[in-house]
Write a protein that binds this ligand. Structure first.
Ligand SMILES: Nc1ncnc2c1ncn2[C@@H]1O[C@H](COP(=O)(O)OP(=O)(O)O)[C@@H](O)[C@H]1O
Ligand SMILES: [Mg+2]
Length: 244
């Protein structure tokens, strides 16, 4: 079965969709065949952010209902081996159990990774339904509210008998040193999750979002490449904080 990577976080705006795209593009660049699924029903955005909304006819609910997957996926021009399944336009269309059953029944050789962009909030039913091997990546910003939220998500994942990892997004060394936390360890300790990566505050990401053209460059690109490599089991050390 493909490795499932669920990108989650309780708060809207922490960067779940941005990180889902960044990680998917990085995995594709490292030679993986990636299926990115937008699960933000009613608020779908990945088709717009990746500039393929004009091609959108069918969404993930059509695939789950039995329509041929190849007619539902959208090819992402930025990466040959990245495919998108858009979210349904209306909330409440997908049934969690049927969705997970569909995911786990996909032929093994179709995709290496399946990245799920989850909506804000927590959904223990979904966490429990997903296979134990799922990598749950909690997106957290370096501020106290977001860190508490990550801790809550971590607790829920433990209740569901699943393990989560932490991505600190919108990182700026200035924040860590002078505003909220005296050092990075405090964030990691408070969240109760183990760190898998740090993504910097990045103009390239901000404008990619505004323009719907995800050509990620610079430090953000390197950050996603490190996370993708770690997801593939490689041991990639964290660079000096000033270099993130
Ligand atoms: N690392 C980052 N650097 C700059 N802007 C970011 C970064 N991550 C997210 N953003 C911005 O934050 C906003 C919310 O991001 P989004 O990915 O939609 O969050 P979510 O999916 O969690 O609601 C967008 O305007 C996006 O461009
Ligand atoms: Mg989102």
């Amino acid at each position: 079965m493909a490795q499932i990577i669920a990108v989650l976080g309780g708060k809207g705006g922490s960067g779940k969709s941005t990180c889902s795209i960044g990680i998917s593009l990085a995995l594709a660049e490292q030679g993986k065949r990636v299926l990115l699924i937008d699960l933000d029903e009613g608020m779908r955005c990945l088709d717009m952010l990746l500039g393929v909304s004009e091609d959108l006819v069918f969404d993930v609910s059509d695939a789950v209902a039995g329509r041929e997957l190849s007619s539902c996926v959208l090819n992402v021009p930025e990466a040959e081996s990245l495919y998108l399944l858009a979210a349904p336009a209306e909330k409440g269309t997908l049934n969690t159990k049927e969705f997970v059953k569909y995911l786990t029944s996909l032929p093994e050789n179709h995709f290496d990774n399946i990245v799920l962009d989850l909506p804000a909030g927590s959904d223990i039913e979904l966490y429990q339904a997903l296979p134990k091997s799922t990598e749950f990546l909690c997106i957290c910003n370096p501020n106290a509210v977001s860190v508490r939220d990550a801790a809550n998500i971590g607790n829920l994942l433990s209740k569901a008998n699943r393990r989560g990892k932490l991505i600190i997004n919108r990182f700026e060394t200035y924040f860590i040193r002078n505003i909220m936390f005296s050092n990075l360890d405090d964030i990691i300790d408070e969240s109760g999750l183990s760190l898998i990566g740090i993504v910097p505050e990045s103009e390239s990401l901000f404008f990619a979002f505004l323009e719907g053209k995800f050509k990620i460059t610079g430090r953000a690109k390197k950050a996603f490449a490190r996370i993708a490599a770690r997801l593939n089991g490689q041991n990639v050390p964290l660079p000096k904080l000033s270099k993130i």
